[in-house]
Design a protein around this ligand. Structure first.
Ligand code: AMP
Length: 313
């Protein structure tokens, strides 16, 4: 496996992307490819399978989305690409990214397909015809079993955050889906870590993959100041209360380790006079996405990719 080359002087045009995508990239303000994009896009455009070790934040979504869009057959109605993601939030984000990069591809359709929400909209999207499906494994299996998702024309399969799918217990579903796709499809597997089960899947299903490894990100956004306060468990609520009372803020996101503790914390904060609500993976999607009436339509979307939870005061 080789580390990705430095993309210093490489441009998106050098990578062989078509004009419609270059225009969309310029619209969104991307000036040059990130290292994973520089290493991955040419290999995927050549039709190779790919094994990518990279975290979120490296630009891996565009790294797989752009080559798929570059090779899209606009007139075909059955899905040509399937991206499997561990959570509905990631599925939605990836679908939004595809939509953004496909801005100059008229008639392009992508559908996020995830559990915890009704089948109606998903079925009508699939019936209308979509080029790309982004889905969580369980719901994708449901649609395959019901005969509502036709994978017979699939040309690209992406496993995004494969180690998260493993951690969340989806790996058997992922493998089942892999087996339901045509043998000719191109596979790109991305994972932040490469545990043995992921290596086995890569070894079993990927054909002579290009391998790309991007060093873990350690940087923090320039406009974020990090501070910490060491407190013992018993004093955490008091410490948080003190922060809420002394810091100026419009809204705050608090991460908690378990679903139950988001609710306990939100209740305790309410009892102390702060307006707080819990959000976690047990809640219905509609409740997680709902507008907070007092924040005037500021739509809050849970975008956490892990089993952490949030409350905002
Ligand atoms: P990802 O790792 O795919 O979640 O991407 C992380 C963030 O980087 C997203 O907000 C992307 O919009 C952004 N991004 C991806 N590629 C580039 C690029 N070449 N230049 C600037 N921003 C990018």
């Amino acid at each position: 496996m080789s580390d990705a080359p430095s993309p210093v002087s490489i441009t998106f045009a050098d990578l062989g992307l078509p004009e419609s995508l270059l225009k969309a990239l310029s619209d969104v303000g991307y000036e040059s490819p990130s290292p994973i994009q520089a290493a991955t896009i040419p290999a995927l455009l050549q039709g190779r399978d790919l094994l990518g070790q990279a975290q979120t934040g490296t630009g891996k979504t565009a790294a797989f989305a752009l080559p798929i869009l570059a090779k899209l057959q606009p007139l075909a109605r059955a899905p040509q690409a399937l991206v499997l993601a561990p959570t509905r939030e990631l599925a939605i984000q990836v679908a939004e990214a595809f939509q953004k990069y496909a801005h100059h591809l008229p008639g392009f359709h992508v559908a996020p397909i995830y559990g915890g929400s009704g089948y109606g909209a998903q079925l009508s999207a699939l019936r209308r015809g979509v080029h790309v499906v982004i889905g969580t494994p369980g719901r994708i299996i449901d649609h395959i079993d019901k005969g509502t998702l036709d994978l017979s024309q699939l040309r690209h399969l992406v496993l995004d955050e494969a180690d998260e799918m493993l951690r969340m217990g989806f790996i058997d579903d992922v493998e089942k889906i892999l087996q339901k796709t045509p043998a000719t499809r191109q596979i790109a597997l991305f994972s932040a870590t490469m545990p043995e089960s992921i290596r086995r899947i890569a070894h079993t299903y990927l054909k002579d993959p290009a391998e790309v490894k991007i060093a873990a990100l350690t940087q923090t956004a320039q406009n974020i100041t990090q501070r910490y306060w060491l407190v013992s468990g018993l004093h955490k609520l008091d410490a948080l209360t003190r922060i809420l009372e002394t810091e100026k803020f419009d809204a705050m996101i608090v991460f908690a380790r378990t679903k139950v503790s988001t609710e306990e914390l939100a209740e305790k904060l309410e009892a102390r006079g702060f307006r707080a609500a819990a959000i976690n993976g047990d809640m219905q999607q509609a409740a997680r996405e709902k507008n907070d009436p007092e924040t005037e339509g500021r739509r809050y979307r849970h975008s956490c990719r892990h089993r952490c939870c949030r409350a905002w005061a």
